[in-house]
Write a protein that binds this ligand. Structure first.
Ligand code: BGC
Length: 392
């Protein structure tokens, strides 16, 4: 069986600043990693030193066959204190964008990927409505500095993860259990998306802009359909609604979420393969998420993240094949899916789980920082080159 992807379908890989750059001591995550009671496995430290090694990394992904690269800019570097701007940091990201162009790679810039400067987190972070204007101001500075080089943009990565993991499960900063805080974060993230969208669009450059969302295949026992729909609206539907009219919507899916009769998470189903992340091996989640996003947003879609944390690279190939088959079925049904970005280019800092889950197509030696492409990297790079998936 062969899946031919439409001409112009974009193949890329994704990363984020805090997970790869190293030394991001001035954001809320660094502080959280070092808090004794945060439950974090280890601090991010030098990460994979992408801050200095980006030229080699971008060349590597191009040589593998990918022609797009999604990465995030680090707010705490660009605005280290309230309204103090680092020209050096802005220049750094301008050089990074120029490097992508040099290698003929389309740069996809995420303006916020989970991390918030410390000075702003200390003032309530995403619970304080004042962050909406501050985020827009940061986006304006950034786009004025390098918007002309951006190929595609994402305002905020997974607003729903920042709110749920930060304010309900307490796995992410600030490690709270605060339902009111959770609701405020959602509200401010949506407002920040809308405001920054207009600000970025008004700046230099002319590129597709949207937001990216963490999505899942939701399951609940018979009779609990209403609860399931309500929960899904809270996690996904409200953000899909907020994205209406955007240039595109970014689908990010990894697994499945099972709920009980009360709508509370019940964990994996016995017998289903379990991954290092603690959730189920469930590549079907991507197709379900694409279909939901298509129905709720009505705008073009990109898969901006999909992947698997595993030390078994053959399992990564199996997972990605099954996920791409789902994308193929969506395309065959006429859904407007325009690209696929694999999470992640390299093994990197997996937030509270540290360096244990290995999501990379490329391995990184934690002592020497040496990069070694895994078989999956060559395999997916070849699919990207051919724009075609051929089953063995
Ligand atoms: C996030 C990434 C993360 C990945 C794998 C996504 O939710 O955007 O930062 O590393 O999932 O867990």
């Amino acid at each position: 069986m062969t899946i031919d992807f439409p001409p112009g379908f974009v193949w890329g890989t994704s990363t984020a600043s805090h997970q790869t750059e190293g030394g991001n001591w001035n954001n809320d995550w660094w502080e959280f990693e070092h808090r004794a009671d945060s439950g974090c496995r280890e601090p991010s430290g030098d990460a994979v030193d992408h801050f200095h090694r980006y030229p080699d990394d971008i060349r590597m992904l191009r040589d593998l066959g990918f022609r797009a690269y999604r990465f995030s800019i680090e707010w705490s570097r660009i605005e280290p204190e309230d309204n103090e701007w680092s020209r050096a940091a802005l220049d750094h990201y301008r050089r990074m964008l120029a490097c992508c162009h040099e290698f003929d790679v389309t740069p996809v810039v995420t303006f916020h990927h989970f991390t918030t400067p410390r000075w702003l987190a200390a003032r309530g972070g995403w619970t304080d409505p004042a962050i909406v204007d501050r985020f827009a101001r940061f986006c304006e500075r950034s786009v004025n500095a390098f918007g002309d080089l951006i190929g595609m943009g994402c305002t905020i990565n997974e607003p729903n993860v920042v709110s749920v993991l930060g304010y309900i499960s307490s796995d992410f900063p600030p490690g709270a259990r605060d339902f009111e805080g959770y609701a405020k974060v959602n509200e401010n993230m949506i407002a920040a998306h809308r405001k920054s969208y207009d600000v970025i669009k008004a700046g230099p450059g002319d590129f597709p802009l949207g937001l990216t969302l963490s999505m899942s295949d939701w399951w609940a026992p018979e009779g609990a359909e209403d609860r399931l729909e309500r929960t899904r609206f809270g996690h996904e539907g409200q953000f899909c609604a907020a994205a209406k009219g955007d240039d595109y919507f970014g689908v990010q899916a990894y697994s499945r979420t099972r709920l009980d009769e009360q709508g509370m998470p019940t964990g994996p189903e016995p017998g289903v393969e379990l991954l290092d992340m603690g959730y189920e091996y469930w590549p079907q989640g991507l197709e379900v998420s694409i279909r939901y996003a298509a129905e709720k947003t009505g705008i073009p879609l990109y898969v901006t993240e999909n992947g698997i944390g595993t030390t078994d690279d053959a399992q990564r190939i199996r997972y990605t094949t099954e996920a791409l088959e789902g994308v193929g079925r969506c395309l065959a049904d006429g859904l407007d899916v325009r690209g696929y970005f694999h999470w992640s280019l390299m093994d990197n800092f997996e937030w509270n789980q540290g360096y244990v889950p290995q999501f990379g197509l490329v391995a990184v030696d934690r002592e020497t920082q040496a990069r070694t492409a895994k078989p999956s990297a060559y395999w997916l790079g070849e699919i990207a080159r051919q724009n075609k998936l051929t089953q063995p």
